[in-house]
Design a protein around this ligand. Structure first.
Ligand SMILES: Cc1cc2nc3c(=O)[nH]c(=O)nc-3n(C[C@H](O)[C@H](O)[C@H](O)COP(=O)(O)OP(=O)(O)OC[C@H]3O[C@@H](n4cnc5c(N)ncnc54)[C@H](O)[C@@H]3O)c2cc1C
Length: 403
């Protein structure tokens, strides 16, 4: 296949693999450079909302994802120091019916990455070069020249129509090729741990997600039934640097006031891993024949559980537009116009959630009154703009994805 049908991608994460799969379905040859020596197992649980699942289903992944994910019945929201839920959001069949049969599911990031990777293997036109140590990119005007350096292997040169940086929050495509800024620390650390289902089954529902709001912290716990584990994320406000990454920073006073929270913390025997949360805000998503997507373009706080979802939406739409527009400037411009306002809005919503989740009295009293007055339907209605979104709406051509 000639350079006009070849696309180079940096990073085989969620955005990179989704993009490769979608491009391959449109008939492109795809070459991905990945720094790791295999598909990375890093990360923990991800909530995959209907807007992301819609794209993944278009790519033919529905069955594989059903086998590796769990659909929680709902979300119980607990406020600081109170034993009973303040509010209960209904998901399960109710959400599926609301979003045209598309579920709200939870799964491990490694399982999602593996299923995407497995799907790419069916395409001889996708090549993944693991162990990439450096990718040199030169924009030739009518194409890009890319040289991929690899651990212990000869370098791999190619000429492509475009080079796409799906290389995550610390994207070198953003900083080194597009001249963008490094990511900014948000002031929050996510402490992640896993616990066996039995360890917490007397404390939390094994069928539902539990969300705890408190002054200066929040915690999300959901069951990954296929792995017989709970995924636990505790988020605290934190000044870097981290000194002891094994101990979540949460005051004893907060724990004493919340029996369920202290029982959860006591039940965790595996070490916690600390994830300082960094964000990216840039208007420059492309220059010439190079573009960035996913966390590389808009890494956000995970408080609306939408980072991976936005990466998946970005990827599906970018592939569809590159397939229908032969000129990169037109394709990238159209794609950015469609994607950037939405990514910014979701990024802002995630930031607002930080404020809402971590409120102290008396502000939290007002919040609690508003939240408890909402019906199960009301909770989802408020978020329809995120979950009901179809990134392909109005586009000609994306039906080729399901072929
Ligand atoms: C605590 C927490 C909870 C989250 N929960 C959710 C959730 O519930 N739902 C949700 O939708 N999102 C969630 N997210 C966000 C989600 O994990 C990210 O938004 C998503 O993984 C971004 O995908 P990506 O492909 O852009 O980047 P990544 O998944 O980070 O992939 C980047 C890839 O690029 C590779 N790479 C990097 N640099 C180079 C290089 N120089 N050369 C070659 N390869 C390179 C990396 O090895 C990696 O494979 C959460 C994040 C956190 C921290």
């Amino acid at each position: 296949m000639g350079p006009d049908k070849t696309i180079s991608i940096n990073g085989a994460g969620i955005a990179g693999l989704t993009l490769a799969l979608a491009l391959a379905k449109f008939g492109f040859r795809v070459v991905i450079a990945e720094q790791h020596h295999e598909i990375s197992q890093f990360g923990a649980g991800l909530q995959i909302s209907p807007n992301a699942r819609r794209v993944l289903n278009e790519l033919g992944l529905d069955k594989a994802l059903c086998a590796h994910s769990f659909e929680p019945e709902g979300i119980d929201i607990f406020r600081h120091g109170k034993p009973d839920p303040l509010s209960q959001v209904t998901l399960g069949q109710f959400a599926k019916d609301r979003y045209d049969g598309t579920p709200y599911a939870v799964m491990h990031r490694a399982d999602l990455a593996q299923q995407l990777y497995k799907a790419t293997k069916a395409f001889p036109n996708i090549e993944i070069l693991f162990g990439a140590t450096q990718t040199r990119v030169e924009d030739l005007g009518d194409a890009v020249s890319v040289i991929i350096e690899r651990d212990g292997k000869p370098s791999y040169p190619l000429t492509a129509r475009a080079h796409l940086g799906a290389d995550g929050v610390r994207s070198v495509t953003r900083t080194d090729v597009l001249g963008g800024k490094p990511p900014q620390y948000t002031g929050y650390v996510a402490w992640r741990a896993m616990a066996n289902i039995e360890q917490l089954s007397g404390i939390l529902s094994t069928e539902r997600t539990s969300l705890f709001w408190g002054p200066d912290y929040h915690m999300v716990v959901y069951p990954l039934q296929q792995r017989k584990q709970f995924n636990i994320v505790l988020v605290t406000e934190f000044s870097l640097p981290l000194e002891d990454s094994d101990t979540p920073e949460i005051s004893n006073k907060s724990l004493r006031k919340n029996n369920r929270l202290s029982s959860i913390m006591e039940s965790i025997s595996d070490p916690w891993t600390a994830w300082p949360l960094f964000g990216v805000k840039t208007n420059t998503w492309y220059k010439g024949n190079v573009a960035i997507l996913g966390d590389a373009a808009h890494a956000m706080l995970p408080f609306q559980a939408q980072g991976a979802a936005m990466s998946i939406e970005d990827a599906g739409l970018l592939a569809a537009i590159l397939a229908s527009e032969t000129d990169n400037a037109t394709a990238f411009g159209k794609w950015q116009n469609l994607r950037q306002p939405r990514a910014n809005k979701v990024q802002d919503q995630s930031q607002k959630n930080a404020f809402v989740f971590h409120m102290s009295p008396p502000l939290s009293w007002g919040r609690d009154a508003v939240v408890s007055a909402k019906s199960a339907q009301g909770h989802l209605e408020r978020l329809d703009w995120i979950y009901a979104h179809d990134p392909f709406e109005g586009l000609v051509g994306p039906q080729a994805l399901t072929n």
